[in-house]
Design a protein around this ligand. Structure first.
Ligand SMILES: O=C(O)C(=O)/C=C/C=C/O
Length: 503
């Protein structure tokens, strides 16, 4: 069911289950009504769980003004040590209020509670602690300059906040990705206006309250809800008061944001789509590789930008890997988030399910052989109103097919055989994207060699989505611009001024 944009919410019509919550914008430390409202549906059963206030140009303008005022206030003059202390307190409050954040994330996405606990909310606290450390340890770029003519000088660069930053985040890992951007932005003294996805308004709104509770001055973080084009997202990226945009999401939206900021030549940091490859060599520990492939293909119902959608397997072990992975996909348990037996939740919405299902049809039209899944499951009861889809695998496709070239962003992958290392690398790099790759082999010299030749930002060997928050994270080609993580984030969120003093 598409989100309904209606006039401002009145008393909700009587309906089964608890009355929908109302979610407002958060500007200058206070809840603010929008110009319209849209419905948020539970992906588990299709029930309406919230009515969300859509920010119009006026609310976006107020949010940018609040952020600018905060930048010119105590926050802009605060020491690094004080900001790092506040970030650490944010992490502590996140830990303390973890159950509320888990409930918010699970309510909006339908993901298993264990996943929200172990990944989304755990990483939110870790992100704040990591950037409190990074900003505290950051030194200055400085040189003692000695010229041939005998003059000497001291060169040093001070880093100042970029300013008011637009933070636009997606619906797949809402809190993880919001805090991955918010932590370094705040660590470096910026103020922000956040536009969460219309599919996942809850955790961002709760986080805004947590930040104030932890001591972040009001106005430093503002949250406006709505859609992209023609809504809050476009109003925000076009706003003359925005000094930069950080965005994670679809590549086509990244292009639209670049066009929006182009007239004012504002910097962008983009982590975009992917069509990520895994390469399995015959000498790999196949049990380990198959388990790893199941995780990289199906984690978060395949709704992670790093998920594998292309699996290249050395021909001599192709049938073993195909059979093993098909068995792993059949073992997945689709079900309610609170059920400990559940491994896999629904897709985020009926609309997204239609997109993923259209690729299931396309794959068969392109000549695929279905190895597992391929349809809409019947789970019974209220769950049949949810956005459920079967974990799926295909063989019989190749790099010429759209199913193998276009991002599906669901629990589905194509298995394709190869014969030589050179061929495997060429197949993996034959894409317009370039985000992540995984190489499975017991020959570590080959692991390093192949991983380095992958045209991606992140190249894993014998593991997937193992993260060091200090390492560079991002992609090439349609997968994005810039890197996040450690000092890479500090470089985006600050502007250096180099001072040269003759001695
Ligand atoms: O793990 C991270 O730091 C991260 O940014 C993950 C991004 C996933 C996008 O879908």
């Amino acid at each position: 069911m598409p989100a309904q944009t209606t006039s401002l919410p009145t008393a909700a019509a009587p309906e089964a289950g608890p009355a929908p919550r109302t979610i407002r914008n958060f500007i200058g430390g206070a809840p603010v009504d929008g110009v319209a409202a849209f419905d948020k549906f539970d992906p588990v059963d299709g029930s309406r769980i919230a009515v969300v206030h859509e920010a119009g140009a006026e609310q976006v303008d107020r949010a940018v003004a609040a952020a600018r005022a905060a930048l010119d206030g105590p926050w802009g003059r605060m020491s690094v040590a004080e900001r790092a202390r506040i970030l650490r307190r944010v992490a502590d409050v996140i830990d303390h209020r973890a159950e509320e954040l888990i409930a918010a994330e699970v309510g909006d996405t339908g993901k298993p509670e264990a996943l929200a606990r172990e990944l989304d909310v755990a990483r939110a606290a870790a992100n704040f602690r990591s950037f409190a450390d990074t900003v505290s340890a950051a030194g200055l770029d400085s040189y003692l300059t000695e010229l041939p003519d005998g003059r000497s000088a001291l060169n040093y660069a001070v880093r100042k906040p970029l300013g008011v930053v637009a933070v636009i985040v997606p619906w797949n890992l809402p809190l993880l990705l919001l805090t991955w951007k918010l932590a370094p932005a705040l660590a470096t003294g910026n103020t922000v206006v956040v536009k969460p996805s219309e599919e996942t308004p809850s955790s961002a709104t709760l986080l805004a309250e947590i930040l104030v509770e932890a001591g972040v001055p009001v106005g430093v973080v503002n949250v406006v809800h709505g859609f992209g084009a023609g809504s809050a997202g476009e109003a925000l990226t076009r706003h003359p008061g925005i000094d930069g945009v950080t965005f994670t999401g679809e590549s086509s939206t990244g292009s639209a944001i670049m066009r929006a900021v182009a007239p004012r030549v504002r910097p962008v940091s983009f982590e975009l789509g992917g069509k990520n490859a895994a390469v399995v060599f015959a000498d790999a520990d196949l049990d380990h590789a198959i388990a790893g492939l199941a995780r990289s293909t199906y984690l978060n119902t395949g709704q992670v930008c790093l998920c594998t959608e292309r699996i290249y397997v050395e021909r001599s072990v192709f049938d073993d890997v195909a059979a093993g992975l098909a068995e792993q996909s059949r073992r997945l348990r689709l079900g309610r988030p609170e059920d400990p037996a559940t491994t896999t939740g629904p897709l985020i919405s009926q609309g997204h399910r239609e997109k993923v299902r259209s690729y299931f049809e396309l794959a068969l039209e392109e000549g695929a052989t279905l190895l597992a899944g391929g349809g809409i499951p019947t789970l019974g009861g209220e769950l049949d109103g949810g956005a459920w889809i079967e974990p799926t695998l295909w063989t019989g496709l190749d790099n010429s097919h759209r199913t193998v070239r276009e991002e599906i962003f669901g629990p589905a992958a194509a298995l394709i055989p190869f014969d030589t290392e050179e061929e495997a690398i060429a197949l993996a790099n034959d894409t317009d994207y370039g985000l992540a790759a995984v190489t499975w082999t017991s020959d570590l010299a080959r692991g390093h060699r192949v991983a380095q030749r992958m045209r991606v930002g992140m190249s894993w060997v014998n593991t997937w989505y193992l993260r060091d928050l200090r390492s560079p994270f991002g992609g090439v080609g349609l997968s994005g611009i810039g890197r996040e993580g450690g000092h890479h984030s500090l470089e985006f969120y600050t502007e250096p001024t180099n001072v040269c003093v003759q001695l």
